[in-house]
Design a protein around this ligand. Structure first.
Ligand SMILES: [Ca+2]
Length: 368
């Protein structure tokens, strides 16, 4: 009878004992015993035998429930005022980079190497939206205005596109129609750091950019194909907003660089307009390029294998990943990397955030 009634409590008590500090517990018990006389001691022993295990089981179950909250696929939001929705990813290993035989491959995508993400990692379900960024600007008064680049004809004299900067182009006015559901663009690395700093202070959690290895792990979501929906480029328009039939380059010569399908968005699309990948993440490929925290390197010869960022060298370039609404098949691939100066704002570049709950300070403090 007693065993049946208290089995659950004692199981919890046993779990608690696995991690308890026995010296501290003995000191605590000695202090309590000093409070009781002989008569009170018998009562105390009964309470210690029956009530304390139940209390400890309650505490143990709470701790267990907290662990369940990190279950892969679980979506959470750390505040209701425009905080990004986050998804817990499973831990695991993957092959980073592309093989020498992959169609469309660039030389900076190797050597292929194994990376292990052994710590709990949550990733933004979508890119940070313009509405979420606007909340940050409203609360802080931060200025991320002006000097945003676009890939376009600078004037009628040039027949092809160049990176052309415009002082009046900004995240509020990127040069095409957007509303608050679209990913924010025209933000440089300093703007991104300001945002993650604000979000961290607001939530008291260490929000940051994804490292490049975390990004590719999150984008591949367990797949090894060119894109998370497979190797067939024509299928792309079902899964991502890319340079498609509705794309309108200013140079006719560039038209042939588009995917041969229709996704029906000439510029950026509202976040999560297409199907998510196998980790439940939207727009990991296409829509807008995403900043990562790493210093750009020409190859992976010295890249960390544990998810940490590469932060060596002069760091004059940072790495963008994912491709965007104005890029074709060679650029919208899980392995594709693009070097960009950290001060540049571009009207097809945005970001998403990560949160790593880890005992490793190095991982938690990864830039930015
Ligand atoms: Ca498109």
């Amino acid at each position: 009878m007693r065993a049946g009634r208290f089995a659950w409590a004692e199981a919890g008590y046993a779990g608690f004992l696995l991690s308890v500090d026995f010296d501290a517990l003995r000191a605590f018990r000695w202090a309590i015993l000093r409070l009781f006389d002989d008569g009170g001691y018998a009562m105390f022993r009964r309470s210690l035998r029956y009530i304390l295990p139940a209390v400890l089981a309650f505490i143990f179950n709470l701790a267990h429930a907290d662990g369940e909250a990190n279950k892969p696929g679980t979506v959470f939001q750390d505040c209701t005022e425009a905080c990004p929705k986050m998804v817990w990813l499973p831990t695991g290993s993957f092959s980073m980079g592309s093989s020498a035989t992959e169609s469309g491959r660039f030389g900076n995508e190797g050597p292929v190497h194994t990376v292990t993400i052994a710590y709990p990692l949550a990733v933004g379900q979508t890119d940070v939206t313009r509405g979420e960024f606007a909340q940050f600007v409203q609360e802080t008064g931060y200025s991320a205005e002006g000097d945003c680049y676009a890939w376009e004809k600078a004037n009628t004299f040039f027949s092809t596109e160049v990176w052309n900067v415009a002082a009046d182009r900004s995240w509020r006015k990127p040069g095409y129609a957007q509303d608050d559901s679209h990913p924010v663009v025209c933000v440089n690395l300093a703007d991104v750091k300001a945002y993650t700093g604000w979000l961290s202070a607001k939530t008291k959690k260490p929000y940051r950019l994804l490292t490049e290895a975390e990004w590719e792990y999150a984008a591949r979501a367990g797949t090894t194909s060119i894109r998370y929906w497979g190797d067939d480029a024509v299928m792309t328009c079902q899964f991502a907003n890319v340079a498609d039939h509705s794309w309108q380059p200013t140079s006719v010569a560039n038209k042939e660089a588009a995917f041969n399908c229709a996704d029906n968005f000439a510029h950026s699309s509202p976040a999560a307009s297409f199907q998510p990948n196998q980790f439940g993440l939207y727009d990991m490929l296409g829509n807008v390029w995403q900043w990562t925290s790493d210093c750009y390197t020409d190859n992976y010869a010295a890249s960390p294998a544990d998810g940490k960022p590469t932060m060596s060298g002069p760091c004059t370039g940072r790495t963008l990943r994912g491709g965007s609404w104005d890029f074709g098949p060679r650029f919208v691939r899980a392995a594709r990397r693009l070097r960009t100066p950290p001060a540049f704002r571009k009207n097809q570049v945005g970001f998403r955030v990560a949160l790593a709950v880890s005992s490793s300070a190095a991982v938690s403090s990864a830039a930015p």
